[in-house]
Design a protein around this ligand. Structure first.
Ligand code: ATP
Length: 256
């Protein structure tokens, strides 16, 4: 359903943040990307829905290359891709319900979106989604009054409002305590297993990757150094993924 081929990205024209990155994400699976800080995990995730423009490669989402789409086509494709962020990206003064409703803005005309005109069926669905993530009683609370774990669950409900085929999560638990981490990861796992939604997650916590992932991709220095089922993620493999790159290896990546 998602295949990334030979993706390359340089932010400043010389240093390559990604070099020839290829991998696939299967339907209904949790795929976790791990790797040291600065390895390129966020760059990969943001390239998939073209929040940043990569330099080379293919991003096949349901066999269509995201890189070749015009603005309207890209907006349409993005409406099937949910995003979950470390800092939640909610509108804090608005209620949980209003934030979830924002998930369907991508399907509305500019005018309806500007005036936040939602159908009753959409409001009902947003309430149901808040119940699904365990926040039925918080629908009318301003998001600024919610805990981090609750905010992330609002973010998940907002993504679900898009009826996504895939949810991209950039360090979704980085700001959460262990209890909230479990709630959020259980929820993401459940969406893959029971709703058939593909979930692609950038994580720093190897133990969480081992617990929740079907498939792990290891990135080091802008390159894929591990791509296998979770059972193959041995301690040796983890050490290799997190190894420091030597200056000669880095110079390979720096070449133009
Ligand atoms: N906007 C930018 N301008 C210039 N360089 C950037 C930009 N964003 C990222 N980079 C560089 O690209 C490389 C990959 O960054 P990226 O944020 O994708 O890594 P990451 O693996 O997600 O790191 P972290 O785990 O710390 O979030 C790093 O060397 C980073 O400094």
């Amino acid at each position: 359903m998602l295949t990334v081929k030979h993706l390359a990205k340089s932010y400043n024209g010389t240093k390559k943040s990604l070099t020839d990155v290829s991998f696939s994400v299967s339907p209904g699976e949790v795929t976790v990307i791990i790797g040291p800080s600065g390895a390129g995990k966020t760059t990969i995730l943001r390239s998939i829905n073209q929040l940043i423009r990569d330099d080379d490669g293919e991003i096949l989402f349901d066999d269509v290359d995201m890189r070749q789409l015009n603005r309207r086509q890209l907006r349409d494709a993005r409406s099937h891709i949910g995003m979950i962020f470390q800092n939640y990206n909610l509108i804090e003064p608005l209620t949980a319900l209003e934030n979830v409703l924002h998930g369907c803005l991508g399907t509305k005309s500019n005018l309806a979106g500007m005036f936040s005109l939602y159908r009753n069926s959409e409001k009902t669905e947003a309430l149901q989604l808040l119940q699904k993530v365990g926040l039925g009683d918080f629908a009318y609370q301003q998001c600024r009054n919610l805990s981090g774990g609750q905010k992330q669950r609002v973010g998940i409900a907002r993504a679900l409002m898009q009826h996504p085929k895939i949810i991209l999560c950039d360090e979704p638990i980085a700001s959460l305590d262990p209890k909230s981490t479990t709630v959020v990861m259980d929820l993401l796992r459940d969406l893959a297993t029971n709703d058939g939604i593909s979930v692609l997650i950038n994580l720093h916590q190897v133990d969480i990757a081992r617990t929740y992932a079907d498939h792990v991709i290891g990135i080091n220095n802008g390159q894929v150094v591990f791509d296998d089922r979770t059972a193959a993620l041995t301690d040796t493999a983890v050490t290799d993924i997190y190894r420091k790159t030597t200056s000669s290896e880095r110079s390979l990546v720096y070449e133009g």
